[in-house]
Ligand binder design. Sequence first.
Ligand code: ADP
Length: 482
Amino acid sequence: MKILYVASEVAPFAKTGGLADVVGALPKAMKKGGHDARIIMPLYKCVESGGFTIKKARKGVEISLGGSVQKGMLRQTALQDIPVYLLENREFYSRSFLYGTPEGDYPDNARRFGFFCHAVVDLLKRLDFRPDIIHCNDWQTALIPALIRYGHAGDPFFMKTAIVYTIHNLAYQGIFERSALADLGIDDSYFTVDRMEYYDKVNLMKGGILASDIVNTVSDTYCREIQSEEMGCGLEGVLRQRGRDLYGILNGIDYEEWDPAIDPALFRNYSVSARTGKAANKKGLQKLLGLEQKQDVPLIAMITRLSAQKGFDLVEKLMPKFAEENLQLVVLGAGDEKYMKMLTEFKDRGAANISINLSFDQVLARRIYAGSDMFLMPSHYEPCGLGQLIAFRYGSVPIVRKTGGLADTVFDAREGVREPNGFSFDEYTADSCWNAISRALESFADRKSWDRIVRSGMHSENSWENSAGEYEGLYDKALKKL
Ligand code: ADP
């Protein structure tokens, strides 16, 4: 199969969260399976300055948006042997952030990603690559299915191309005022209830869900959850309407990228069969962050976007408890100003056992996965979650709220499973969260039972291999719909 992956972020080129990890790994797994996988994304500033080999412009594109013509150039780099097309438009993409500053989204995001979607559709015809599958991801690429199915209806070029749309996070839908239609380069014919109209606004994700051949999300549980009123973010009706074409496929992680045995960021490499090096990582991390260097004090980590989704209202309530217990807490996060402020205030109070790091730092993240004993993800909702999967691999035991993909990957002894690999809680309250943390702390004190949990996590199989096979099946289903 020829597959084009379209995404607004792809690791290692540009990353704010799990979407980048997924689109940086799934194409590699498909390529290994013998498919011709390619990727297209915007050429951001961080890609230009990231030390990647970028080939000169090959093709140009001109798109008319809201009365003015926007120009783009197509450049190219590679992810191993996978071609990665980069859409250049310095005004739109050469900025310090991908989507917005900590104060909020860039006000011209409709134009920025509208342009990207039009350019992808336009350039495809001139690329000498007619994909069998166009795999779009999240709201930033959701206009593509609509442009192809409505704008290019009957176009022979796309007759044999199926479109798969993956929802990585339903909370970010790309909702704009009706006046943004011009910025998005589309007319009123798209503004209908069976296309993109949503309470008198434009909803790009709704459009993507309705216009694609197959829709999926990143875990079975989240797939069920988003069809309920409680968790459907207003799109539950649309999702139920597509119920027969809606699937859940659990994300994997790239086992070459995330491997404590070879990770160059670590203080010492280790593996499940030779785990002694993990202690050196804990010591190194404690030293680096100015924490007391003690092996017997449990070190709990959080590496996360700072957003309401990630459970920071619970963390806020628990902060005094963290400060007084015999444990260490390391937080690495970047995102919403509100939570930056809350954590800064806490940092200023100066609890000696807590280290707050407000940045997006991929090297420090790796050191924290390796140096921590426990990995806390008290998410309000979690489509899949990659943090807990990386934590497993690095021998850090996840403590999670049982929701979405966390429920599908973390198994607590209280559920009667034979090989528990973590701790979980159901109710979204600080008390239940603390209850799970306390159970983890108790277990940590019993070396034998703790070792079993660590090993069971390190042995859990979360590579892309299984999921890639499921995506093959999904692509087959999409092609059958043509
Ligand atoms: P989401 O996509 O909702 O942000 P995931 O758990 O799916 O959450 O993926 C998060 C990814 O981003 C992981 O690879 C995690 O290590 C990384 N990450 C999150 N915050 C930071 C940070 N502040 N610094 C470095 N990496 C981070």
